[in-house]
Design a protein around this ligand. Structure first.
Ligand SMILES: Nc1ncnc2c1ncn2[C@@H]1O[C@H](COP(=O)(O)OP(=O)(O)OP(=O)(O)O)[C@@H](O)[C@H]1O
Length: 304
């Protein structure tokens, strides 16, 4: 059974369409990353799944439970790290975790939960003095209480330093290893690339791609980034390279004349031949796999 199933999900706020007939399946046991630019509809999608927002049309189910009709049962099975949350500034981190343990009626150890998110040493401090990253770690801890079957994280890396982001990735993988499904939204492509089994790309309320990272790369066809070092600046030939079919993200370094191009392997020779047209010699060629950054740019129409 799917962990999350969205069918023809549509959400309109007055004249703004936040979700357009979205169909999406998140399989039980996978780590699914939802990527999209600001305003794409990511938070709205999560809010509908949790019934914080009612859809205009369509359905959302969680483990077969209707998100709108069986909300309490859904919430019992889900741990949420929301986009915005309220912490009580007078209470300590431990108080928050203990309250979550109590209200979920579980026997988690608050010290272990706080250690896991890196807040063990500040467990008894009032959270009113916490930094944004410390608050985010505490919100993550609260989502983890009770070993939920499904974890939904809205932009989980917000405010985290590199160590916090690494810890987050580790926790996501550990949760998946114990059998949980993890669904999270992010702008941080590296974060998604590092931990996700599958990715959905949401643009302007529409899922434009839903696949593994490898599958997306194949679909886009930009399987490689080519870096060509010339003995002189490319001049007008760069425009000719830009005109080649399936070639994207063409850029030239001002300092060393290195030309970067994303293109399918079959276009490599055409790119190099074009760069040689004005008599430039090629000193070096490097290739690397397309990054999710480039993939994202290709899907969202951004100019790389
Ligand atoms: N309560 C609301 N009332 C009116 N419009 C809203 C409301 N909530 C969201 N929207 C609009 O719906 C669209 C999608 O917003 P949403 O917050 O879901 O995007 P997002 O992908 O989460 O963006 P971000 O990455 O910036 O958080 C935006 O145009 C937003 O302005």
């Amino acid at each position: 059974m799917a962990a999350i199933e969205l069918e023809s999900l549509h959400k309109q706020f007055d004249d703004i369409v936040a979700l357009r007939d979205v169909d999406l399946t998140v399989h039980a046991g996978e780590v699914f990353g939802l990527l999209g630019p600001n305003g794409a509809g990511k938070s709205t999608m999560i809010d509908v799944v949790l019934d914080y927002v009612r859809p205009t049309a369509g359905t959302a189910t969680v483990f077969g439970l209707d998100a709108q009709q069986e909300t309490k049962a859904v919430h019992r099975r889900v741990g949420v790290l929301p986009d915005a949350y309220h912490l009580d500034g007078h209470l300590s981190a431990r108080n928050h975790v203990e309250f979550a343990i109590e209200s979920m009626d579980t026997d988690d150890d608050s010290d272990a939960v706080l250690d896991r998110v890196g807040l063990g040493s500040v467990a008894d401090r009032a959270v009113g003095g916490f930094s944004k990253g410390m608050e985010q770690r505490l919100a993550l801890a609260l989502a983890l209480v009770g070993e939920p079957e499904l974890l939904i994280f809205d932009e989980p890396s917000t405010g985290l330093d590199p160590n916090g982001a690494r810890r987050m990735r580790t926790i996501v993988r550990e949760e998946c290893d114990r059998g949980a499904t993890v669904f999270f939204s992010s702008h941080i492509l590296g974060q998604v690339q590092a931990v996700c089994d599958r990715v959905g790309i949401l643009v302007d309320g529409t899922i434009v791609a839903e696949d593994s990272i490898g599958g997306l790369q194949e679909t886009v066809g930009t399987s490689e980034t080519l870096r060509v070092t010339l003995d002189s600046q490319p001049g007008e030939t760069i425009e000719s390279v830009r005109q080649l079919p399936d070639v994207r993200n063409v850029s030239v370094s001002d300092t060393d004349g290195v030309v970067s191009v994303s293109c399918p392997a079959r276009q490599k020779v055409a790119v190099i031949d074009t760069l040689r047209q004005n008599g430039a010699s090629v000193l070096d060629i490097e290739t690397s796999e397309v990054s999710l950054d480039e993939l994202f740019a290709a899907y969202t129409g951004a100019d790389g």
